[in-house]
Design a protein around this ligand. Structure first.
Ligand SMILES: *Cc1c(COP(=O)(O)O)cnc(C)c1O
Length: 493
């Protein structure tokens, strides 16, 4: 299997190159040359690690045959408490695909537990021996999931930069208490944009002579773990199949009947994996793209115009507070089939902050994708309704999707079963959830976590509840201008 850039399909690379490199040299994203077909009945019989092996094996064709069977059972076993890809019925015809049973209680664990292993093997496949230093700017979830994934992975180091007042207390404690011998965590004096711009600047300057010399003296190459890497996208295809298999087993659908999925969306990676699953032969009906008040994708999928020049809102679902949804570029390539069209749209996005796709492309997008959005008040209402009516406790990200799914089904008169992707544990956002349930939320996140446990009788995941007793390991605060110097420092502790 070969990959090429969404902006130029003449130059192909292997999966190892795509994963080691992250972004194509022309700024495009790597996409697979075709979608391998799977035998659905056979796949539905498999365990989660076996399913992952069958799917990933078709994309990582030059990896040694023994690699996936050696790593997948450990990656998707104990760290996910035996609940990898677990779907639960919530109400009539609606299921929640609970993707937060991993070590950091967010769905990003599915990709970030595996990516380090894919990267180490990719380097072996390519005969490269340098140390990879991963730099991550995070608003919360990605940083912790990446730290957990890369900790103590041989041949790698990871440095995470988060805005000092930009995360929840729980998210900050998750990172500040991180264990591992190859990790570093910095609070940046500024907001998320300051942290992200600082990290982007480091990458942009990595080729300057003095900087490059300093890195090569350490035998280090910089890399990123953000969601545009193919190695982060491909593991996410698996849980769509896993969810479907459970609906078949429960008798909710017969093998081959369509299921709709609704996905709380930010960077468009999670929902795109669902579209990939559909191309591989999974009976996906519609994919519903759910946004919060930052509804740039709702507007795009409704009108064909992507307009990033708009107000940015901080919401109760912070991991979806995004104006430039990077992975959409991959879908635009697959749907339009034109690398030159994609390159043109992306140039317009960069220069003018907007682009408009042609009518044929828009119609094809609308064939597979529905959309909708919900603001914070509607999200709180949905959390309360799901809890009171169905005894289902969900986090604000998941609630965005529940609400959008519910209204869309009613309006479109859909009867196919609906799977809502549940992307974070409600205990990661205890204050918002408590307030949604009509309770006064204590100012401290940990007090709020206990109050939410007391109110609902549900236990918080242990990895979160133990945090308040843990020693903070990383307390360094740096100015955005010092990110460059931090990037040159070894993360070895
Ligand atoms: C990252 C994240 C999302 C958005 O996923 P994308 O792949 O960026 O669309 C949704 N919910 C939670 C909890 C997340 O951490």
């Amino acid at each position: 299997m070969q990959y090429f850039s969404t902006r130029n399909r003449t130059q192909t690379v292997s999966a190892s190159q795509a994963i080691a490199q992250g972004l194509a040299a022309d700024g495009g994203l790597f996409v697979p040359e075709r979608f391998p077909q799977v035998e659905l009945a056979e796949l539905c019989e498999k365990s989660y690690p076996e399913m992952a092996q069958a799917i990933l094996g078709r994309y990582l064709t030059e990896y040694p045959a023994a690699f996936l069977p050696a790593v997948l059972p450990a990656v998707y076993g104990a760290p996910f408490a035996g609940k990898a890809g677990c779907a639960v019925p919530v109400s009539e015809d609606t299921w929640a695909l609970e993707l937060w049973h991993g070590p950091t209680c967010a769905f990003k664990d599915y990709a970030l537990q595996l990516l380090p292993k894919l990267l180490v093997q990719a380097k072996k496949n390519l005969g490269r021996t340098e140390t990879t230093r991963i730099l991550v700017a995070t608003s919360g979830d990605t940083g912790k999931a990446a730290l957990e994934g890369f900790r103590d992975v041989e041949g790698t180091e990871i440095a995470v930069f988060y805005p000092q007042d930009g995360t929840s207390v729980i998210q900050r404690m998750q990172m500040a208490t991180q264990e591992g011998k190859n990790v570093a965590v910095y609070a940046v004096k500024g907001n998320f944009d300051d942290a992200q711009t600082g990290v982007k600047r480091v990458f942009a300057r990595a080729s300057e002579p003095d900087f490059a010399a300093a890195l090569s003296a350490q035998n280090v190459r910089l890399s990123s773990a953000n969601s545009i890497n193919w190695g982060r996208l491909v593991p996410q295809i698996v849980y769509y199949f896993a969810a479907y298999a459970q609906l078949v087993r429960a008798g909710t659908v017969k093998l081959g009947q369509p299921v709709d999925f609704c996905v709380p969306t930010g960077n468009f990676g999670d929902i795109l994996a669902g579209w990939y699953a559909k191309q591989m032969g999974l009976p996906v009906g519609m994919l519903v793209c759910a946004s919060n008040r930052n509804n740039v994708l709702t507007d795009f999928l409704s009108t064909g115009t992507y307009n990033a020049r708009r107000a940015f809102y901080k919401t109760t679902s912070p991991s979806m507070d995004i104006l430039i949804s990077s992975n959409l570029e991959r879908l635009l390539y697959h749907i339009s089939g034109s690398d030159t069209a994609v390159a043109g749209w992306m140039r317009q996005l960069k220069e003018a902050g907007r682009y408009t796709v042609d009518d044929t492309t828009l119609a094809a997008l609308q064939n597979s994708f529905a959309c909708g959005c919900a603001d914070d008040e509607q999200v709180a209402e949905e959390i309360r309704m799901q809890y009171q009516k169905h005894h289902y406790l969900c986090d604000p990200h998941t609630a965005v999707a529940f609400r959008v799914a519910r209204l869309w089904r009613e309006k479109a008169g859909r009867t196919a079963p609906m799977v809502v992707l549940s992307t974070a544990s409600p205990f990661k956002f205890p204050r918002s959830v408590l307030e949604a349930l009509g309770c006064a939320a204590p100012a401290n996140d940990f007090d709020a976590m206990h109050a939410l446990e007391a109110k609902t009788g549900c236990a918080a995941p242990q990895s979160l509840s133990v945090l308040s007793d843990k020693q903070e390991r990383f307390t360094e605060r740096i100015a955005p201008a010092d990110i460059r110097a931090a990037a040159l420092k070894s993360c070895k502790q």
